[in-house]
Design a binder for this molecule. Structure first.
Ligand SMILES: Cc1cc2nc3c(=O)[nH]c(=O)nc-3n(C[C@H](O)[C@H](O)[C@H](O)COP(=O)(O)OP(=O)(O)OC[C@H]3O[C@@H](n4cnc5c(N)ncnc54)[C@H](O)[C@@H]3O)c2cc1C
Length: 410
């Protein structure tokens, strides 16, 4: 049992903890990051299986997120970009809907008005203009409601919501009721309007790894679960004690509740499957949604976005659902969505994630306190929004609070 001393101890090397460590390091404040797992990244990790890159749960990076622009060397990630469009599949048709300037071939299906009427298109244009204009603060300060109410209020028809928005957004929120805060929806929509959703060439896990590489090599301690936290000290499961001027709990919301007494969030969950079909079933970097509402909420040929996700001449398909399903049912659903026989597609991996996103019912407070006590701080997506942006921004906010209080004495 060893005793250690440093200026700031950060518990957890997910994006929030790494963002906080980056800010403290830039300010010249030494810190130690204690991580329970065997690598950095938390919910953002990538496994390499037979030469395929499998993100632990399908997710996408939006390079327009303000915290990403501030903290991440986006060029070094060598992003592959999705089209700003969705393929909407039903029993007898697959339509392409999206931003026509980006994806001109979407024009034909938009004009066909199978899912979006002229009134829907006008409502969507007005909603997008309102969300894109002005500062993000205007969205945060606006009265909150559910996303479903927001879409209805914007004038979108029940058909547009049922066939396009609900399938697409349930993949983003990991819930199908669209009961998530409209503030969050509008912030996400604003980012989609500004930039295409993307994947790093080496997988989503490259994002936290890039942040960790910029820290001193001795800063991150892996396989070091923390058992107990007090202002100014933590105890690890191995019995080591770390004393510090400030302790920052950067774990997921449930662990933060146990260690630091913050309210425990409710969780939205999901499952992602990865298949390796013999050839790409859709040669387009696009997200496919099911107009019939499931059971697969989103699927895409990930290797069309980033060929580096699969060995050359192979394809990688991801499929995500809100629950667990038999693999055979997933293959059947994919066969229908891609208009092919997917029964023989080899399964590469399945990730069932019970604690995916802290749920965000309205009114959602986008900036929850990060200072709990003298010398005790908390950050993580459960303090901001359940997203990469929320995790990074909360880490930055907590680091600033630590610097205000402790920096002067360091
Ligand atoms: C399936 C899925 C899809 C998603 N899709 C998107 C998306 O498309 N776009 C988007 O913006 N966001 C998405 N997200 C959300 C985003 O990934 C998370 O909001 C973000 O990564 C949370 O980061 P965090 O640092 O707050 O928490 P975490 O990533 O949970 O990090 C917490 C860290 O603390 C460590 N820890 C826990 N307990 C201890 C302990 N006792 N001692 C030491 N360390 C401990 C954990 O091991 C972990 O490394 C998705 C999430 C999931 C799961």
């Amino acid at each position: 049992m060893a005793q250690h001393e440093t200026d700031v101890v950060i518990v957890g090397a997910g994006l929030a903890g790494l963002a906080a460590a980056t800010h403290l390091h830039r300010a010249g404040v030494p810190c130690a990051v204690l991580e329970a797992d065997d690598d950095v990244g938390g919910r953002v990790r990538t496994d390499v299986v037979d030469g395929f890159r499998l993100d632990r749960g399908f997710q996408i990076l939006n390079p327009a997120y303000p915290a990403v622009r501030r903290l991440v060397d986006v060029d070094a990630l060598r992003l592959g970009r999705y089209w700003r469009a969705v393929r909407v599949a039903d029993d007898d048709h697959v339509s392409l809907l999206g931003q026509p300037l980006d994806v001109p071939r979407a024009l034909r299906d938009i004009a066909a008005r199978r899912y979006l009427s002229a009134k829907d298109l006008a409502a969507l244009a007005a909603l997008s203009a309102r969300v894109a204009a002005g500062p993000a603060k205007a969205i945060v300060d606006r009265e909150d409601r559910t996303t479903l109410d927001e879409l209805r209020h914007a004038g979108l028809s029940e058909r547009a919501v049922r066939t396009v928005f609900r399938p697409f957004l349930s993949g983003v929120f990991l819930e199908a009721e669209l009961s998530t805060s409209a503030r969050f929806f509008q912030l996400v929509w604003r980012s989609f309007l500004r930039s295409a959703p993307s994947l790093p060439a080496l997988g989503m896990g490259e994002l936290p790894r890039q942040l960790a590489r910029r820290l001193p090599t001795t800063a991150v301690h892996l396989d070091t679960p923390v058992e107990e936290v007090r202002p100014g000290a933590v105890r690890t499961a191995g019995g080591d004690v770390w004393r510090a001027r400030a302790v920052l709990v950067a774990t997921d919301g449930s662990t933060a509740a146990r260690l630091a007494g913050t309210p425990e969030p409710r969780w939205n969950s999901g499952t992602t499957w990865y298949f390796a079909p013999p050839r790409s079933p859709l040669p387009e970097p696009v997200i496919v949604v099911d107009a019939r509402g499931g059971p697969i909420v989103t699927t895409s040929v990930v290797s069309e976005v980033c060929p580096t996700y699969a060995p050359s001449d192979r394809a990688l398909v991801s499929a995500s659902a809100l629950t667990s399903l038999p693999d055979a049912e997933v293959r059947r659903a994919l066969g229908r969505l891609y208009r092919t026989d997917a029964a023989g597609w080899p399964l590469l991996g399945r990730y069932e994630i019970a604690r995916g996103l802290p749920s965000m019912p309205p009114p959602h407070d986008i900036r929850r306190d990060v200072r709990l006590d003298d010398g005790l701080y908390v950050c993580g997506d459960h303090r901001d929004t359940s997203s990469l942006q929320g995790a990074l921004a909360s880490g930055a906010r907590a680091a600033r609070a630590v610097l205000r209080e402790v920096g002067a004495r360091v």
